[in-house]
Ligand binder design. Structure first.
Ligand code: C2O
Ligand code: CU
Ligand code: CU
Length: 589
């Protein structure tokens, strides 16, 4: 029963299994998400439905601007990007920008909850290097459910270094996103909220097929699954070249025949289909070879972890190779070098933080999933407890010791890091660049009952640019089930130098006036004291419902109130330094 410990009886009872996978059916052309680019983005997060299974009922889904998943958002490094995230769900949600370096108050973690009907307006300057990132809900204890519905999307950052390389970059043609997930689909064609599905889905498509041109094709692969790792390879065992890890290009392409991708991780690969027009190849998950206690290696006949794909090899996408493209002019060779990464040096680390991962034995919890979670630092996640205060600009080594038997993909917000070692061994070339998820193996030599020698993973990161004494960044297992159960912690980045300014600011009045009042299109804020700055504004209606959430609003042009209905509203303003909150009334004409 040991392996079932991460699951509560409540969930087991609610479980229904289906056999919708069993019919041998034809392939469906893989959907390619729409794209958005520019610097102003509108995202509408909604409950919707889509014909996922070829026959029968539509599936109730979550979609962003569409009816499953969301648009692929293109950023240019250096741009300031502004979002209107409108929550049309019946539930609260958050949208987290996975891998982005940005202020914690814009991060979309469990603290930046968007109530139903509210618009959240985060913005930031894109400083990440060219790579593939993603966005997804992160509401505590609801992440698994909201990701299962299909909420999320890809982010593609471009920069001059990447642009200068002869790489495929025509989206959907020779630069193809592959979002890997699996779902359990009930006999009435609905997604069940379970860790493992019976049906592979790529870009929300069951039994996906796609045409690829007979040239070099780039795939941007995200493991968007709830729990499963995919040991990626091609049906002819060809080698493919990994060119990017989570947070950027590698120094040079790394040729492999398999790559084990865990939840939250991304790789970009180049595959040569030169001269192969007319042939077909499958992208497969070679999951029969997954080590025990790696997610997806379970092959139980029943119980909550039973699933058709467990410890099996299966097809993810069926590729038909077609003629070379005319436009874009085909890329037919793989570059030998990509960029020169300057990695962080352990010599600059101010501290080594030691974290532990273990089974929960003895820890009692009040979470919805009961006391059976995997835990970090011997405790469950507590949203009211800051686990670490990281000094701004600190370079730190994080050392994670896993005494449990299970393997966990550990993710941290705010930074991209470099892996130093896994059980004393330096990372492979494909993992030696920038990462935001690191796979922490289970204790070595452990059996189902535990034991063995704990595994130790070390990475190094620098915590620059964004300090915030209130809003924390998260670190957690990216298996959504484990995260929801409490396998998460949080840290604030603390700017030591603001202490004197703070002492001064605390003596000053934190009052402000709103003008014009009544107002029509734009509402301006006038601070009584120049040291005041808006850390957060909530615009609430007369009954206290928040309509707009404005983190660190830029107020030079006032607040756009043109879409409000006439009536009485309130501005709830929190000051940057003192975090004092003051509320003022205004009238919209
Ligand atoms: Cu992709 Cu904290 O998450
Ligand atoms: Cu993240
Ligand atoms: Cu985990």
């Amino acid at each position: 029963m040991k392996l079932f410990k991460a699951f509560s009886m409540a969930l087991i009872i609610g479980l229904t299994f289906s056999s919708s996978y069993s019919k041998a059916q034809s392939y469906n052309t893989m959907w390619i998400p729409d794209t958005l680019s520019g610097t102003n983005f509108n995202l509408a997060v909604k409950d919707t439905f889509k014909q996922i299974v070829n026959t029968g009922n539509q599936t109730i889904t979550g979609g962003i601007n569409g009816n499953i998943w969301g648009p692929t958002i293109f950023f240019q490094k250096g741009d300031s990007v502004h979002f209107n995230v409108h929550n049309y769900l019946n539930d609260s949600t958050t949208i987290h920008w996975h891998g982005m370096h940005l202020p914690a108050v814009m991060d979309g973690g469990p603290h930046q909850v968007i109530p139903p009907g509210t618009i959240w307006k985060p913005y930031w300057k894109v400083t990440n290097d060219a790579a593939t990132y993603w966005y997804h809900p992160h509401l505590h204890e609801m992440t698994m459910e909201q990701i299962t519905k299909g909420l999320g999307g890809l982010i593609i950052v471009r920069d001059p270094v990447e642009r200068a390389l002869a790489l495929p970059r025509t989206y959907g043609v020779d630069d193809i996103p592959l979002v890997l997930t699996d779902r359990d689909i009930t006999t009435s064609n609905q997604f069940s909220v379970v860790p493992y599905g019976d049906s592979m889905m790529v870009n929300g498509t069951l039994r996906a097929k796609y045409n690829v041109p007979a040239q070099i094709v780039r795939f941007r692969i995200l493991n968007g699954a709830i729990e499963r790792a995919y040991n990626i390879g091609f049906s002819d065992n060809r080698s493919f070249s990994v060119i990017a890890s989570d947070g950027g290009l590698l120094n040079a392409p790394v040729a492999v025949t398999r790559y084990e991708l865990h939840p939250g991780e991304r790789i970009e690969i180049l595959v040569s289909f030169n001269g192969q027009s007319g042939q077909s190849y499958d992208l497969k998950a070679y999951n029969s070879t997954l080590a025990n206690f790696v997610a997806g290696s379970e092959n139980f006949p029943n119980g909550p972890f039973a699933n058709y794909l467990g410890k099996k090899d299966f097809v993810m996408v069926h590729f038909n190779v077609v003629a070379q493209t005319v436009s874009p002019s085909p890329i037919t060779s793989i570059p030998s070098a990509l960029r020169t990464n300057t990695l962080l040096s352990s010599a600059n680390a101010a501290i080594t933080r030691s974290l532990t991962i273990s089974d929960s034995a003895g820890v009692t919890s009040t979470t919805i999933l009961g006391p059976n979670a995997f835990i970090i630092n011997h405790k469950l996640f507590n949203i009211n407890q800051i686990d670490y205060k990281v000094p701004l600009n600190n370079t730190e080594i994080w050392q994670i010791t896993n005494s449990g038997v299970f393997t966990h993909p550990f993710h941290i917000h705010d930074v991209e890091f470099n892996i130093i070692s896994v059980n004393g061994v330096a990372p492979t070339a494909a993992q030696a660049g920038w990462k935001d998820v690191v796979v922490v193996p289970g204790a070595t030599g452990a059996g189902p009952g535990g034991g063995g020698t704990p595994s130790v993973v070390k990475f190094i990161a620098k915590f620059e640019d964004y300090a915030d004494s209130i809003h924390p960044f998260m670190f957690h297992c990216h298996i959504s089930l484990h995260e929801d159960e409490g396998m998460m912690g949080q840290f604030v980045v603390k700017d030591q130098s603001t202490t004197t300014a703070l002492a001064q600011a605390q003596k000053e009045s934190k009052d402000f006036t709103l003008y014009p009042n009544p107002a029509n299109d734009r509402l301006f804020v006038n601070f009584n004291h120049p040291s005041m700055q808006a850390y957060y504004i909530k615009l609430n209606n007369a009954v206290g419902k928040t309509l707009y959430m404005l983190p660190r609003p830029e107020l030079n042009n006032g607040i756009d109130i043109s879409h409000l209905a006439p009536g009485i509203y309130f501005i709830e303003l929190t000051d940057e330094l003192t975090k004092t909150t003051t509320t003022k009334k205004f009238i919209k004409q």
